[in-house]
Ligand binder design. Structure first.
Ligand code: PMP
Length: 413
């Protein structure tokens, strides 16, 4: 496919017009935003939903008898329905609003973990997990006497079936795995992992933070017991995200936080709790952002599958052109990837590369990407990461290539 094919599969210019921030310039340099793995930009439908809510419809929800409160409640619950549709949850109530991926994982670790884990039990993680999918498990393991076991990552950036299957046993109570790696881009074989985990009686939590923006994710098809993601990585606002959990699991879990809205009956002698979703949504929730998040999900879902084809094209193009730069080493060469490229440029420190790219108007991420154990396993101190969204273009990739060539020569590499 050449550059001109791009417009045939996906009208990137039209999509870019939905994102005003993409036309920003730094001096004379138009912004090239390649830090989408950290957070993506927001389309106008999301910005407008936030503004409209505060202009026209704000009130506290669930408890009000007045019309404004009823309207806000309806919009909030409609957002939950949109989340349920987006991931094909069997029931809307299986979708709990949280602050994001991190809080969702902490909720499951603290609530399900503390209730169900015992000494001798094992939690199986992979070497490519984000800190958010490591540390909460370490903490609950320390409190319960369970232990954490880790599936190593092969040099290609993939999990080897022979290896992860070996580590599953009747001691495994839970597998927590990234659907896609924020460093390597690897898409993990979650459906196979779920099948094998269920066969030994273990549950699976899928960290979908890096997958939902790139392809449709179906919790029923995956067989996930829990699945978590953040709104801000899927074109919605910050400060909101989702915990999906199978209804029978969530309803059997003790509350994570307690307060208003999640109780049935409060008495100084004792308190009874509501069922899901309210059981896990203590206090006034993030109403406006939930509503705008719902808009974002509908926006993304409508762009599939053209967006996916365009992103695959960007990934191929960038892999080929970056790979042709002398001394540039791509880290993560899995067969199935989301559009994320981690790399090193000769011996140049990733921070220097990132700073110099920024001087050219190109935003990338550098460092350990909240995956220190993976850095250690790969034997690197950090990487430069260019991560793409469907609003990126081949012209932007050309600018990255030109900049990297300039940096390489400046450092005499
Ligand atoms: N898991 C993965 C794979 C991620 O990429 C991230 C964000 N970089 C997180 C978890 C944490 O997400 P958040 O900061 O939105 O809670």
């Amino acid at each position: 496919m050449d550059a001109f094919d791009e417009s045939r599969v996906f009208d990137v210019a039209r999509v870019r017009a939905d994102f005003p921030i993409l036309s920003r310039c730094f001096g004379k340099l138009p912004l090239v935003y390649f830090d989408n793995g950290a957070s993506v930009q927001k389309p106008m439908v999301v910005v407008e939903a936030l503004s409209r809510y505060y202009r026209e419809a704000h009130a506290n929800i669930h408890r009000g008898v007045h019309r404004l409160s009823e309207e806000a409640t309806a919009a909030f619950e409609e957002a939950r329905r949109r989340v349920g549709r987006f991931i094909n949850a069997r029931e809307t109530r299986e979708c709990i609003f949280t602050r994001g991926t991190t809080e969702s994982i902490n909720l499951v670790a603290a609530s399900w973990g503390a209730e169900n884990l015992r000494a001798g039990d094992e939690i199986l993680l992979t070497e490519m997990e984000h800190h958010a999918n490591i540390v909460p498990w370490q903490q609950v393991a320390a409190r319960t006497g369970a232990s954490v076991r880790v599936v190593p990552v092969a040099p290609s950036g993939e999990l080897q079936a022979g290896v992860w299957r070996e580590l599953l046993s009747s001691r495994t109570r839970l597998v927590a795995v990234a659907h896609a790696s924020n460093v390597l881009g690897t898409i993990n074989p979650v459906r196979e992992i779920v099948e094998a985990a269920h066969a030994v009686g273990a549950l699976v939590l899928v960290d979908a933070a890096q997958s939902v923006a790139h392809f449709p994710v179906d919790v029923q098809e995956l067989g996930a017991d829990f699945l978590v993601f953040s709104s801000h990585k899927v074109f919605g606002p910050t400060g909101i995200g989702v915990l999906f959990g199978r209804a029978e699991l969530l309803n059997a879990m003790p509350p994570y936080q307690c307060g208003g809205d999640m109780v049935l009956e409060v008495d100084f002698e004792g308190t009874t709790f509501r069922e899901i979703p309210e059981r896990f949504e203590a206090g006034t929730p993030n109403i406006a952002d939930a509503i705008a998040f719902g808009e974002a999900l509908d926006y993304v879902a409508a762009l599939h599958p053209g967006a996916r084809a365009h992103e695959a094209f960007l990934l191929d193009e960038a892999t080929r052109r970056l790979g042709a730069i002398p001394g540039l080493r791509i880290i993560g060469t899995a067969g199935q990837k989301v559009p994320v490229i981690s790399f090193l440029l000769g011996d140049i420190h990733p921070l220097d590369v990132g700073t110099m790219l920024d001087a050219d108007g190109i935003a990338v991420r550098t460092g350990h990407h909240c995956a220190m154990p993976l850095m250690k396993a790969l034997g690197v101190r950090g990487t430069v990461r260019a991560s793409f969204a469907f609003y990126n273009t081949v012209e932007e990739i050309s600018r990255l290539v030109v900049s990297l060539e300039r940096i390489r020569k400046m450092f005499g590499q």
